[in-house]
Ligand binder design. Structure first.
Ligand code: SAM
Length: 390
């Protein structure tokens, strides 16, 4: 990740940049903490740069929760900060001469793009955990009439595939760097042709982290059009048996199993298992009927925050039946009043990590974007509202 290491400087100097017409929006500090946050407009949203003060240096880098995929854009942003704030740079990996091919950022989609998605093509398919992207890109090249949405939780894999999209000139791929289990709940009903899950991590010791679960299969059947299919491939006997049980539970679907079915495109993982002569299982489940439309749950509005409630927030996690809320850090903005609250919340196996940005006038919003509209997140959001509103 791009970062700057600078000679120590008085970070209050950065306040002079705020409101000068550049992308710099606010600086936020936490009492007794040597980490500060700089709010910056970037790629149509607000991101945070983390400023870590050490005795011998200051490290500036994108914060993990709001970090976008566009590495080249981040390098340019850090270079601009160094110049505008006149920082003495000791070390930086923002060298333009070592830039890699740019990300095809028009195809880099955030969870916001799925609030009311407008797909550019009638046919839509999804690949979960595409890894190196071989199957995703192969499908997209062969089916120009279909939009392929790839969702991958591992950021470098998502960046690599965005570069490939640019290099190959593809226009029918969207990449989402997010947890597939959450994205699934954002998709409209009866819309997808296919959902591919190839070689998911088996998580034998932490089965709650598996992608395939009763809830995931139910959501997949909801988003598939009647006749659409879910294709799971795995080399793990254990995962295969587990998935067989899960696939057997929905009341009305078709599903079948194939052993060692060849695909015309072989992923890196699959090639490895084949060399080891492991069996590969393909489980396919077909949706048979239309599903109800997704209900509106809540709008995640945070208007009306009471700053005195923020000051009194307990930093211990609040655990309720099936969900939790944890306000871990509070920062005060150094100009204009208001602050930032770092929090995690939602279900225990798929928590959300966000900031809440609020003003002293009571306005508030989630950063970098709203949580995924799941029933559990809505319950957690109501608890957040209760904690922050007078
Ligand atoms: C074993 S790799 C397989 C990659 C690829 N499908 C292939 O066949 O080579 C599993 C991939 O799933 C991704 N992954 C795991 N959990 C995920 C989740 N909840 N949402 C999205 N991607 C996930 C991992 O980051 C990893 O790239």
């Amino acid at each position: 990740m791009p970062h700057l290491k600078t000679a120590p400087f008085e970070t209050a100097r950065l306040d002079a940049l705020v409101g000068t017409g550049g992308p710099w929006r606010f600086r936020a500090v936490e009492e007794g903490n040597s980490v500060e946050l700089l709010g910056v407009e970037f790629g149509g949203g607000t991101i945070l740069l983390e400023i870590k003060k050490r005795p011998d240096a200051v490290i500036v880098r994108p914060d993990k929760i709001t970090r976008p995929l566009d590495v080249e854009g981040l390098k340019a942003l850090l270079a601009r900060l160094a110049e505008e704030a006149d920082l003495e740079v000791l070390h930086a990996n923002i060298d333009a001469s070592r830039r890699r091919p740019p990300l095809a950022s028009a195809y880099d989609k955030s969870i916001r793009d799925f609030e009311e998605p407008r797909f550019p093509l009638e046919k839509v398919a999804l690949e979960v955990g595409f890894g190196s992207g071989r199957h995703l890109l192969w499908q997209a090249e062969r089916n120009p009439d279909t939009l392929f949405i790839g969702v991958e939780i591992h950021t470098p894999s998502a960046q690599q595939v965005l570069r490939q999209i640019g290099l190959r000139g593809l226009t029918n791929v969207w990449v989402v760097n997010y947890d597939a289990r959450l994205l699934m709940e954002m998709l409209p009903s009866n819309r997808l042709e296919a959902v591919y899950v190839h070689f998911p991590v088996p998580w034998d010791k932490k089965p709650h982290r598996r992608v395939i679960s009763d809830a995931f299969v139910a959501e997949t059947m909801r988003v598939l059009r009647p006749g659409g299919f879910l294709e799971l491939r795995t080399d793990s006997e254990n995962y295969y048996r587990y998935a067989l049980e899960v696939f057997s539970r929905p009341p009305k679907v078709d599903f079948w199993v194939e052993k060692n079915r060849d695909l015309p495109v072989v992923s890196k993982y699959e090639a490895r298992w084949r060399r080891m002569e492991k069996n590969i299982y393909t489980l396919t489940m077909r949706s048979l009927e239309r599903s109800p439309e997704r209900g509106e749950l809540c709008d995640f509005s945070l208007e009306g925050i009471d700053p005195s409630r923020v000051a009194a927030l307990d930093r211990r996690p609040v655990v309720r039946e099936g969900y939790f809320v944890h306000f871990s850090h509070r920062y005060r903005l150094t100009t204009g009043g208001g602050g930032l609250i770092e929090c995690s919340f939602g279900s225990f196996d798929r928590p959300e990590h966000k900031y809440i940005l609020y003003t002293d006038a009571g306005e508030g919003r989630y950063l970098p974007d709203v949580p995924v509209r799941t029933a559990t997140n809505c319950r957690a959001h109501h608890l957040i509202r209760e904690s922050l509103h007078g």
